[in-house]
Design a protein around this ligand. Structure first.
Ligand code: RIB
Ligand code: CA
Length: 326
């Protein structure tokens, strides 16, 4: 039986690649997608999810619900400079041979209720079996906790892309973007006792996709999906070249891949807290890695991926992306 999956996301170029990976993976059944403000305003995130679904032309559509338009208590900090103002590499730039827009607007078809409602509804429907993959700020998960923590606690796994544990951040010297945008939400989710697996920059930074590897893979499966991937990743590769990352860092696809195959990473059980008060340290993931006896530290509240089989992951990603593109 395919594992029921809910993806909470702020697409976002790497989020969109994670969505394509999920739909190309027989191990899982994407039952629902919830959007959250992050890389771009939530309305654009929702439009981008609908764009991916439109391009994929799936026979069975997941439920889609729009979530939080801003963090719990702070104003939104977004990342249009990384993902494009539309969140998918500024797709309006692309036209077909006849000059018509290659990506005309898509009419969103949304489930009733908002993102946190859909998360709780799926937790109930797939009681004990639902795997949630969170690829953006944790605002929707925190709101779902506020509404019905007992129901949310019934999920099988919560795989979170976020944090920087023993490496620098990507928004400040110490903070990763998803935790920086909504540190209060990240703090609440981490201390809620959920079966949380954290996929931080410590491992995602080791999974950088080169343009040549992507082009080589897509050349084997030409068509509208391959064209879409080539178009929406263009700005991501430009950012990667400018920022010295050397390619497109697959933060969210790695988190999604761990939901498919946990053996891709090695993890440590750690207590992780999130800094909410500091001006210099807002959003910092503070992991207790001191070599002390367990009784002298707070008990672990998550498992943190600290090493990754990057080659095996990249091979899986490209193989599945090609499958998605057929
Ligand atoms: O720090 C990387 C994370 O922030 C990724 O999820 C990316 O999509 C952005 O949301
Ligand atoms: Ca994301």
């Amino acid at each position: 039986m395919a594992i029921p999956l809910l993806i909470d996301t702020d697409p976002g170029i790497d989020d969109a690649l994670a969505l394509l990976l999920a739909f190309a993976s027989p191990e899982v059944s994407v039952e629902a997608i919830t959007t959250v403000a992050g890389n771009v305003p939530v309305e654009r995130c929702t439009a981008n999810v609908c764009r991916v679904l439109e391009v994929l032309k799936l026979s069975r559509q997941p439920l889609v619900a729009q979530g939080a338009s801003k963090p719990l208590v702070r104003s939104l900090v977004s990342a249009g400079h990384v993902h494009g103002e539309d969140g998918l590499g500024d797709l309006h730039r692309f036209s077909d041979a006849d000059g018509s827009p290659r990506y005309p607007p898509v009419e969103p078809r949304l489930a009733p209720g908002d993102g946190p409602d859909l998360i709780l509804e799926c937790a109930a429907r797939f009681d004990g079996e639902l795997v949630v993959v969170a690829l953006g700020p944790l605002t929707n998960l925190a709101l779902a906790l506020q509404r019905d923590s007992r129901r949310l606690a019934s999920i099988r796994r919560l795989v979170v892309m976020g944090g920087a544990v023993a490496c620098p951040g990507n928004v400040t010297p110490v903070a990763e973007f998803n935790f920086y945008v909504d540190p209060e939400a990240a703090a609440r989710v981490l201390q809620a006792g959920l079966p949380l697996e954290l996929i931080p920059l410590d491992v995602t930074r080791q999974t950088v996709l080169s343009r040549s590897a992507l082009d080589g893979s897509l050349a084997a499966c030409p068509g509208p999906i391959a064209q879409f991937v080539s178009d929406f990743t263009l700005k991501g590769f430009a950012f990667g070249a400018d920022s010295g990352e050397g390619g497109l860092t697959l933060h969210d696809p790695l988190a999604l891949a761990v939901a498919l195959d946990p053996s891709l990473v090695s993890s440590e059980a750690l207590h992780v807290a999130v800094e909410c008060g500091g001006s210099l340290t807002r959003g910092m993931a503070v992991a207790d890695r001191r070599p002390l006896p367990a009784q002298h530290k707070r008990p672990p509240n998550c498992r943190v991926a600290m090493s990754v089989d990057a080659c095996r992951f990249l091979a899986l990603f490209l193989d599945r992306l090609c499958r998605a593109s057929r």
